[in-house]
Design a protein around this ligand. Structure first.
Ligand SMILES: Nc1ncnc2c1ncn2[C@@H]1O[C@H](COP(=O)(O)OP(=O)(O)OP(=O)(O)O)[C@@H](O)[C@H]1O
Length: 764
């Protein structure tokens, strides 16, 4: 398999839809030899589910069947691809290639895990569309790349709704980038989280929702944070594995088809070279295993113990290493410098195994030596002391001479020598490949252990080099282990934004508490008071927790969420011919159609893009709709009237960001407080700061005073009238919280007593 390192993406995606708006997706990652299957009902008319998936995978090729089957009113996946992914290569394959029965057989044969472990037996009928897409995708890859995927080599996550939550981020691109930690910021420690592995990226975009797996990762992190020797030992052991290990081990999953076609032969040298370098890399990786075993021997956590058992105690790795040692020279090492790598590759196979190979090597050495001698001669004859002779894979050797030194032409002898040198190296590769054929077949027999090794290395890299490393570089106790519950509250005490806190030294921490009894929080506050940051912060903390990392908070207990829906900011979507408001409404509709009892919904300023009365009405009714669900909602708004929801619904809590006004200027405190606080004319104050003429501001002030005066009076009266009922709501909320509390009986009795006293004293 040729190296796809140069490609931005390594995903090939097969996509098919039926008349019932169901979509099957097979995403094949060439780099890691893994296949991700998903099938879902496309509930959004703009194909938001599919768009999110495509955004996640960023495919290099999309494979689709020819005819459109879009039901009325739907854009259809094909149209979606034409419209939004026109720069991605689209391949149309005949419908017969989308054969679900063949897909199921293929996956049974190719998957590294047992079919029953994939859920294939149980879900076969239900998942026929993604299996059909898988059949077409694998067929295309084998034909296009001239390979056969080796049996039991593919990593296939289990079918069905068992693992990843889907992370939806809507809205303006800038908003999205703002939401995700900045990958470019060198000062920012969190860049580690993004740079390290593909597994990390996949986890951040689709965190886990299986509490057991999350807990296993956190236990492992606990052990690393409490055992310095293990942490540093493991970092060191991981460094011994070549960086490309996970990407290259999967080369063994693809067996090249026998070459009969002359056209393909020209590319053979490069393929052989990749194969040899894969074996050298495998040898280097296997050599690093004993150190990993030594470090992990006494590890206590389930995850590390499991790695030790499945990798370090697995004798297949030692026997594979022995087999390699029979053919490959012991001194050969994986190298990244092109010339060293080429020499190592040419001398990989032990001397004396193949006579023709030995001759080709001699020729390679002779020409290399002659090239260097020639360079020395030119330096003297043509007075070129600065002549250098670098090497790259494409050109071979070449001369590098400062422009000012060149007078006349150099003789062409060097070019002839270089051609001979390249052809000798090519011959070495070809002969080496022949010598390695039997070894490759033997390795492919046990390819599933290599897939496992690649998976484990990625996981360890993520936990050790990203999570543990990031946490260990922060002051003690800045990050804490989150707790999880199924029905309990989402409670974060003194939570911080993981990115912004390292930019602002004085970042102000804030809390959140959402429970069955109060499943919606309405956050108000002037512009720039910190609302959006707070929403992002809560989401990021949950994502970090659900990928098995500690979180930036004093304490956090999290109800495992299955999806996070965010609706934050938006600009006119010219491509889809939607106005800001339409986009906002489409996205809100999508959320409402897809939300589940375990979702978290985060809405920033819904309804501001239309007339104020309609906008308010839409925001109010959306809140009412969401309040009836068990999902948790955080709703940031400038519409103070929305806080009146709390007078009607016991499960709404209103919070505000505290702001002082000094000398007509807003002094932001970024502190979240209970209830609503009216900050008079903050919009006008900020407009003044922005430079609007004072006459305009004055006129605006007299208009707004007249409007808000009446409204404020009405709201105050309303609030007073509902004070008694809100006290009762408060009691009910606390009682429900106590129901899920894990405190002992005495503490609960005491809490009940306190609650009674507060209620009687009117201090709730
Ligand atoms: N807790 C905090 N501690 C310190 N600085 C903060 C905090 N929260 C936000 N900020 C800073 O305040 C700025 C404004 O915050 P943010 O964009 O969240 O306000 P906002 O209320 O959403 O504003 P708008 O309503 O205009 O969208 C941010 O750029 C951030 O740097």
């Amino acid at each position: 398999m040729e190296d796809d390192a140069g490609e931005r993406s390594s995903f090939v995606i097969g996509l098919i839809e039926n008349r019932a708006k169901e979509v099957g997706v097979a995403a094949f990652d060439l780099r890691s030899a893994s296949l991700h299957l998903s099938q879902y009902i496309e509930t959004s008319s703009s194909y938001q589910n599919t768009k999110t998936l495509l955004h996640f995978y960023e495919p290099m090729v999309i494979i689709v069947p020819p005819n459109k089957l879009a039901p009325d009113g739907m854009v259809g996946v094909l149209e979606l691809i034409d419209r939004f992914y026109s720069s991605t290569r689209k391949v149309t394959m005949v419908r017969g290639c989308f054969d679900d029965t063949r897909g199921s057989v293929l996956i049974k044969n190719l998957a590294a895990k047992e079919p029953s472990a994939l859920g294939l037996d149980t879900y076969y009928k239900q998942y026929y569309l993604c299996l059909a897409a898988a059949a077409a995708t694998i067929k295309w890859i084998e034909a296009e790349k001239g390979v056969i995927v080796t049996n039991h080599s593919l990593l296939c996550p289990k079918l069905g709704n068992h693992r990843a939550i889907t992370f939806y981020s809507f809205g303006h691109k800038q908003q999205k980038e703002k939401f995700v930690p900045d990958t470019q910021d060198n000062k920012n420690n969190w860049r580690l989280i993004f740079c390290s592995t593909r597994l990390l990226r996949a986890n951040l975009l689709q965190p886990l929702k299986d509490a057991e797996t999350i807990k296993a990762r956190l236990d492992c992190l606990d052990e690393l944070m409490g055992n310095e020797q293990l942490f540093f030992g493991l970092s060191q052991a991981l460094r011994k594995f070549p960086k490309e290990t996970d990407r290259v081990l999967c080369h063994f999953c693809y067996k090249p088809k026998k070459v009969t076609n002359v056209v393909v032969v020209t590319d053979n040298a490069r393929k052989s070279q990749n194969l040899i370098s894969s074996i050298i890399l495998l040898k280097t990786a296997l050599d690093a295993l004993p150190l990993l075993s030594k470090v992990l021997k006494d590890a206590k956590s389930f995850l590390l113990g499991n790695v030790y058992k499945s990798i370090c105690e697995n004798e297949k790795y030692a026997s594979m290493r022995k087999r390699i040692g029979e053919v490959i020279d012991e001194d050969v090492l994986h190298a990244r410098v092109p010339f060293v790598a080429r020499t190592q590759q040419c001398f990989a196979v032990k001397a004396g195994i193949d006579g023709l190979l030995d001759i080709a090597r001699r020729s390679f050495c002779d020409t290399s030596e002659a090239i260097h001698n020639l360079a020395n001669k030119y330096r003297e004859d043509f007075k070129l002391p600065n002549l250098k002779i670098p090497f790259n894979n494409r050109q071979g050797f070449y001369f590098s001479i400062p422009h000012k030194d060149i007078q006349g032409k150099l003789p062409s002898k060097f070019i002839q020598l270089n051609v001979r040198n390249k052809s000798a190296a090519g011959e070495c590769y070809k002969r080496t490949e022949l010598c390695l054929e039997a070894l490759m077949d033997a390795i492919r027999e046990d390819v599933s252990v290599l897939t496992l090794l690649a998976e484990v290395l990625c996981l360890l890299d993520m936990i050790v080099n990203s999570f543990a490393h990031t946490i260990s570089t922060k002051p003690v106790d800045r990050y804490t282990r989150p707790e999880f519950s199924v029905n309990g509250p989402l409670a974060i005490d003194a939570g911080r934004h993981p990115i912004l806190e390292s930019i602002h030294n004085d970042f102000v921490p804030n809390n959140i508490f959402l429970s069955e009894a109060s499943n919606m929080v309405i956050v108000t506050g002037p512009n720039m008071s910190g609302k959006s940051t707070y929403l992002q912060q809560v989401c990021l903390i949950i994502i970090l927790a659900q990928i098995g990392c500690y979180v930036p908070a004093r304490f956090a207990t999290i109800r495992v969420v299955d999806r996070i829906f965010t609706r934050m900011g938006s600009v006119e979507n010219l491509e889809s011919n939607s106005s800001t408001f339409m986009t906002e409404m489409k996205e809100t509709a999508f959320i409402m159609q897809n939300v589940s009892q375990r979702s978290l919904i985060v809405m920033d300023e819904l309804g501001r893009a239309t007339s104020s009365s309609d906008g308010f009405a839409v925001a109010w009714s959306c809140c009412e709709h969401l309040l009836a669900l068990k999902a948790y909602t955080i709703f940031a708004t400038h519409m103070e009237n929305l806080s009146e929801l709390a007078t009607i619904y016991p499960n709404v809590k209103v919070l505000h960001f505290h702001v002082d006004i000094n000398n007509n200027r807003l002094d932001f405190k970024f502190q979240l407080k209970e209830g609503l606080r009216h900050v008079p004319h903050y919009g006008l104050l900020l407009a003044g700061v922005a430079g609007l003429p004072s006459s305009v501001i004055e006129t605006a002030r007299s208009i707004t005073s007249r409007i808000t005066e009446k409204e404020l009076k009405r709201m105050t009266v309303n609030c007073e009238q509902h004070h008694a009922i809100q006290m009762t709501y408060g009691v009910a909320q606390r009682l429900i919280c106590l129901k899920y509390s894990s405190q002992d009986e005495d503490s609960i009795r005491q809490a009940l007593q306190n609650l009674k006293e507060s209620y009687v004293g009117g201090k709730l």
